[in-house]
Design a binder for this molecule. Structure first.
Ligand code: SAM
Length: 283
C-alpha cells in the first residue's frame, strides 16, 4: 500500500506548509491542547500542538542551540536557570551542556512532557537529569509568585494564543525582570520578523519599560515555522552579547558539541540582523 498522507499547517488562512507523513505516532488531547507526533519523510519526528509545528528532529538544533547558547554564553557564569515552556525538552538538553547548578523547568502541560519522553527521546533525553527541577504550572503565574532569583530565564513558548498569550504581555516581562539577579538576562521566542514585526516591536518596548537596558532581537532560518524566518529577543540588565570574548566561547566549546552555534555565530547573528528588524526596535 502506498501511504500518501500529508500534514498541513495553515497559517493565517492564506499560507500553508506541508510535509509527507510516514507514520502517525501519537494523537491525543490534554487539558490545554491537542498533541500530535508524526514521523515525516524529510524532517524526522515532529511535535504538533493545536495543528502548529513545535519542533522537528531535523531542524530543532537551530532553534534550541540559539535560544540557549546565546544567553548562556552572554552571561559569564550562569548557575541558576529558569526555562518556561519547552515541554519537548530540547532547550533543557542544551542548557545542561553548560556547568549550571540548577534548572527550574516550568511547563504548563505534563502531557507534552510525557509524550516527548516517549516519542522524542533525542530532545527529551535530559528532562530527568538530577539538576532539572520540573514544575508543572503556568509560567505566567510562576514568575509572578516566585521569590527565587535566576541568572538566566529562557522562555521557549509557542505562538501567543491560549495559555501562552500572557507570556507576551507587559506584566509578564516585569515579573521576569523581578526574578532575575541584578546582572541577569532573559531570552524569548518572538515569532516571525516577516509576519509579526508589530508584535516584536511591542515586546521590545515592554522589555525596555520593564527596565532591561539591553534589548536585542536576533533572527535565523527555521524551515518548519511560518515564513521560514524566525526570531528570539534577548533582554539583559548588564551583559551585552557583542562584548563577550570570542576566545572564551571558543575554549568552552571544545568540550561541548554544537551544530549551528559557535563563537562567530554568537556575534554574527546580531551583526547580521536585517535592517527592517533593527529599525522596528529602535526607540
Ligand atoms: N519551539 C516551540 C515553538 O516555537 O513553537 C515551542 C515548543 S514547546 C513544545 C512550547 C511549550 O510551551 C508547550 O509544551 C506548552 O505546553 C508550553 N506552554 C504554553 N503556555 C505556557 C505557559 N503559560 N506556561 C508554561 N508553559 C507553557
Amino acid at each position: 500500500m502506498n501511504f500518501n498522507c500529508w500534514f498541513t499547517e495553515i497559517h493565517n488562512n492564506n499560507i500553508s506548509f506541508s510535509v509527507r507523513v510516514k507514520n502517525i505516532l501519537y494523537i491525543g488531547k490534554s487539558k490545554y491542547q491537542e498533541i500530535v507526533v508524526i514521523d515525516t519523510y524529510d524532517f524526522g519526528r515532529a511535535l504538533i500542538l493545536d495543528n502548529t509545528f513545535q519542533t522537528t528532529e531535523r531542524d530543532e538544533f537551530i532553534y534550541h542551540e540559539l535560544i540557549t547558547h546565546i544567553p548562556l554564553f552572554t552571561h559569564p557564569n550562569p548557575k541558576d536557570v529558569l526555562v518556561i515552556g519547552g515541554g519537548d525538552g530540547g532547550t533543557v538538553r542544551e542548557v545542561l551542556k553548560h556547568p549550571v547548578e540548577r534548572v527550574d523547568f516550568v511547563e504548563l502541560d505534563e502531557k507534552v512532557i510525557e509524550v516527548a519522553k516517549k516519542y522524542l527521546p533525542k530532545l527529551s533525553c535530559k528532562i530527568d537529569d538530577e539538576k532539572v527541577n520540573l514544575i508543572i504550572t503556568d509560567g505566567i503565574k510562576y514568575v509572578a509568585e516566585t521569590d527565587k532569583k535566576y541568572d538566566v530565564v529562557i522562555v521557549d513558548c509557542p505562538d501567543p494564543v491560549g495559555p501562552a498569550k500572557g507570556l507576551f504581555e507587559k506584566e509578564f516581562y516585569k515579573n521576569v525582570f523581578k526574578c532575575l539577579k541584578e546582572d541577569g538576562l532573559m531570552v524569548q521566542q518572538t515569532e516571525s520578523p516577516l509576519y509579526d514585526l508589530e508584535l516584536i516591536k511591542n515586546i521590545a518596548k515592554y522589555l525596555k519599560d520593564a527596565g532591561f537596558s539591553i534589548v536585542m532581537p536576533y533572527s535565523y532560518p527555521m524551515p518548519t515555522y511560518p515564513s521560514g524566518m524566525w526570531s528570539f529577543t534577548l533582554a539583559s540588565k548588564k551583559y551585552n552579547p557583542l562584548k563577550v570574548d570570542e576566545n572564551k566561547i571558543k575554549e568552552k566549546l571544545k568540550s561541548m558539541e554544537t551544530k549551528y552555534y559557535d563563537e562567530e555565530v554568537h556575534k554574527g547573528i546580531f551583526l547580521a540582523t536585517p535592517k527592517f528588524l533593527k529599525d522596528a526596535v529602535k526607540f
